[in-house]
Design a binder for this molecule. Structure first.
Ligand code: 13P
Length: 288
């Protein structure tokens, strides 16, 4: 099967992005895979440390393997926001395709030091795993939040990106370019949208010269998404929008019939709600 590196190289050449969606249960996992298969697009699925504590590390890897084996489908598994080398090693042994070592809360020098150690540990288990590093603070939770977390909004500079990439040799870089994890209530219920600094993305791409990931995709302006992808973002992460769709779907499923007790019947609207979000985002990310 085609490797994640090859999928990213093709996406980069075509100036499109590969969608990355988080899951923590079978509802979201199946919905993401169904949406990608409908659109015949490769897709990345991710589990953060919290999400994989819930799914199980080996279990998440087994789900992805099952889809690949059954359909020969290019679905790739990412260990999202991994904060310790021990957790990175566990994911590497379980067969993940990508591991994000997230040292963005550390000082710049400490982030470089820890990311280098993580890469050494991961690549000694499996050299084909892609390792992503993060610089700049964009918040930490895929949740509906009251206010922009302190420190968010300071952009990564092209110099920092170049220095970080050269020192660590990461395969993929996640910079801060106006993006933020989570959604403000005004983004969920109103018409406020996240806006990105496209010029800075292009400058960072020119300096870093490696694949780049846009984190914190939920609630981003559609046109900014398209321009960010053209400027050099090859992976785009979306999580909060999926969690909101999941919750609304579960609520609708429960409300539909108070006597219904079959989970697969109650959860059907949740699968459909997540599938719709993923499908729309994939269409946007893959449009040329
Ligand atoms: P959002 O929850 O803001 O979409 O961010 C997701 C993300 O970047 C996961 O790594």
């Amino acid at each position: 099967m085609i490797s994640l590196r090859e999928v990213l190289m093709r996406a980069e050449a075509d100036k499109v992005a590969v969608g990355h969606f988080n899951f923590s249960d079978l509802v979201s996992f199946n919905a993401i895979v169904a949406a990608a298969r409908d659109r015949k697009l490769p897709v990345m699925v991710g589990v953060s440390e919290g999400e994989r504590e819930f799914t199980g590390v080996a279990q998440a890897a087994a789900l992805v393997k099952a889809v690949r084996d059954e359909f020969g489908y290019p679905v790739f598994l990412n260990a999202d926001h991994t904060h310790s080398i021990a957790h990175a090693e566990t994911a590497a042994r379980a067969g993940f395709d990508e591991i994000i070592f997230d040292g963005s809360a550390l000082s710049f020098d400490e982030n470089i030091k820890q990311t280098k150690k993580a890469i050494e540990a991961i690549k000694s288990i499996n050299p084909s795993i892609l390792v992503e590093g993060e610089i700049g603070w964009i918040g930490a939770s895929s949740a509906v939040i009251d206010k922009v977390p302190e420190g968010v909004g300071i952009l990564t500079t092209p110099d920092e990106a170049k220095q970080f990439v050269e020192a660590t040799k990461v395969d993929v870089l996640a910079p801060a370019v106006g993006n933020m994890h989570g959604m403000l209530a005004s983004m969920v219920h109103g018409n406020v949208q996240k806006r990105l600094n496209i010029e800075r993305i292009a400058e960072i791409k020119a300096a870093a010269k490696i694949f780049m990931t846009l984190h914190g995709g939920s609630g981003t302006n559609d046109d900014d998404f398209k321009r960010a992808i053209k400027a050099g973002m090859t992976i785009v992460h979306v999580n909060t929008e999926i969690r909101i769709a999941w919750r609304r779907g579960v609520e609708a499923g429960l409300a539909a019939d108070p006597n219904e007790v079959a989970p697969y019947k109650i959860l059907k609207p949740a699968v459909e709600a997540v599938r719709k979000v993923v499908s729309e985002r994939l269409e946007l990310f893959s449009s040329k």
